[in-house]
Design a protein around this ligand. Structure first.
Ligand SMILES: [Zn+2]
Length: 72
C-alpha cells in the first residue's frame, strides 16, 4: 500500500488549531492574519447568504480577527 506515503506528502500539517468561528479544534483550515479558520467554516462562510442569520454570527466571530501589526 502506497497510500500512507502519499497522504504524508499531501498533508501540510497535522496538528489541530482552534478555529475562531466554531471555536473547535480542527486539523485543517486556513490562516487569516494570526487566526485560524477551519475548512468547514471557510466553506460555510462562502456559501452563507448575507441574509442568513448565521452570516451575522460569522461576522461577529470574524470581528475577533484584527490586524494588530497594522496601526494607521
Ligand atoms: Zn470552524
Amino acid at each position: 500500500m502506497e497510500v500512507e506515503g502519499l497522504s504524508s506528502l499531501v498533508t501540510h500539517h497535522y496538528y489541530e488549531e482552534t478555529c475562531v468561528i466554531c471555536e473547535s479544534l480542527k486539523p485543517k483550515g486556513i490562516h487569516l492574519y494570526s487566526s485560524f479558520i477551519c475548512t468547514d467554516c471557510e466553506n460555510d462562510l462562502i456559501h452563507t447568504d448575507t441574509n442568513d442569520p448565521r452570516y451575522k454570527y460569522f461576522l461577529k466571530q470574524l470581528r475577533k480577527i484584527t490586524t494588530p501589526e497594522i496601526f494607521s
